[in-house]
Design a protein around this ligand. Structure first.
Ligand SMILES: [Zn+2]
Ligand SMILES: [Zn+2]
Length: 407
């Protein structure tokens, strides 16, 4: 098959893997790197079908642009579709408010949605002689890996291999060529149970000294997971931003999460912010879980604005912070850009590594168990440490964006 990374080669963001198998052109994910303005992948040639692994914008953000132009079906789970719709509209809103030009409109989003074709884990679809089987990827609810049968290839675009409160980890699939995300190449995660304990201890400490805790969290997966971790804490917990809408979607499709009962209990046990009045009340509570996870916008900035000079309070980041985002700036410099002004943050700043991605050793183990001849590493700022270990048992490729290769 012929392969070209339109984006996502040696970088985290704007993924697009163009593949031609038996003359049939197809695309695995088509995203953008959020920013002002966002960064886009290379323009995709016409394709016969599109496979969307999950709703995160670095994988999904350019789907409306593509689906309209080529009128190709977009295969993904119902959860990915429902959540993507929310994220597309939110992205358009941010683009409109920030005033930069954007490659598609609301009408294109509606058109793209009509091209969505629903599939489920362990299902196989056949189109023009190409068979693709879907496997759960354990990354966020509804996320998939793709097994391209005639090429004996597996596309693992964002995977987690451990069980979390929300999801079961991904299982290896035997293949000849493995396309493997490498976000955490060279970096290990702490053990989850221990991490949860230390996280709760930190929250106890902040609240005991009279402070409040802001948890910036991604709307999909992390907000709900945080709610579940905090559900028996007894604290006055508030949820702001898109995380509550996403929780509603997840409760509609309980087969995509480990325990709908626990999620429901967690959401019922906290208070959801619907308005500015709610925000004024939330700031009087103990813990606020709010978007955006990388602090580039959303209600989180309003809370930080109010609490950043309160030394007793804390901001606890819980996920990967992409270079150039406010969250990364906060961790590295203790400063944040708010409404165009750079501000020093004087409250406590903490980071807990609750990743939705497999860590270094987990990626190596996953790759080994797939017993591939070739491993193509992408979605990584630093693929070298992962390549170094995988080359003991497979040929390793680290493609650059725009480089065409046969595999
Ligand atoms: Zn992702
Ligand atoms: Zn990603």
């Amino acid at each position: 098959m012929e392969v070209e990374f339109l984006g996502g080669g040696e970088e985290v963001g704007r993924l697009g893997i163009f593949v031609k198998s038996n003359g049939i052109p197809m695309l695995f994910d088509y995203g953008l790197t959020p920013g002002e303005p966002p960064e886009y992948p290379k323009q995709s040639p016409p394709v016969d079908s599109v496979f969307l692994s999950h709703a995160h914008l670095d994988h999904s953000g350019m789907i409306p642009w593509l689906a309209i132009r080529y009128n190709a079906p977009v295969f993904s789970t119902i959860v990915t579709q429902e959540v993507s719709k929310l994220l597309f509209k939110d992205t358009l809103k941010i683009a409109g408010a920030s005033g930069y030009p954007f490659p598609y409109s609301e009408i294109d989003v509606d058109g793209a949605v009509e091209n969505f074709s629903t599939v489920e884990p362990s299902q196989t679809v056949e189109r023009n002689g190409i068979e693709v089987k879907f496997h759960s990827s354990g990354h966020i609810p509804g996320s998939l890996m793709f097994e391209l049968k005639n090429e004996e290839s597996l596309f693992a675009c964002d995977i987690n291999t451990i069980d979390t409160r929300l999801l079961k980890g991904a299982k290896p699939v035997k293949c000849r060529t493995l396309f493997l995300e490498g976000t955490y190449s060279g970096q290990e995660h702490p053990e989850r149970k221990q991490l949860e304990k230390e996280f709760m201890n930190k929250i106890d400490e902040v609240i005991d000294r009279g402070g409040k805790v802001i948890i910036p969290a991604f709307a999909v997966g992390r907000s709900q997971e945080m709610a579940m971790i905090l559900m028996d804490s007894g604290y006055d917990v508030w949820l702001d931003g898109m995380g509550s809408k996403v929780a509603e979607i997840l409760l509609e499709y309980p087969e995509y999460i480990r325990s709908a009962k626990d999620l429901k209990k967690a959401i019922d046990g906290l208070r959801v912010v619907y308005s500015n009045r709610g925000r004024a009340l939330a700031i009087k509570g103990d813990v606020i879980i709010t978007t955006s996870g990388m602090m580039n916008g959303g209600p989180v900035l309003g809370y930080v604005d109010k609490l950043c000079d309160n030394k007793k309070s804390a901001i606890i980041l819980t996920g990967y912070q992409v270079e150039g985002t406010n969250g990364r700036r906060l961790l590295e410099t203790g400063e944040i850009k708010m409404y165009g002004i750079t501000k020093k943050v004087n409250c406590d700043i903490e980071f807990f590594d609750f990743s939705a991605h497999a860590g270094h050793s987990q990626l190596v183990e996953f790759a080994r168990k797939c017993s591939p001849e070739n491993v193509v590493i992408f979605h990584s700022d630093n693929p070298a440490p992962l390549a170094e270990e995988i080359k003991d048992f497979a040929n390793v490729y680290i493609p650059k964006n725009g480089e065409k290769f046969e595999i």
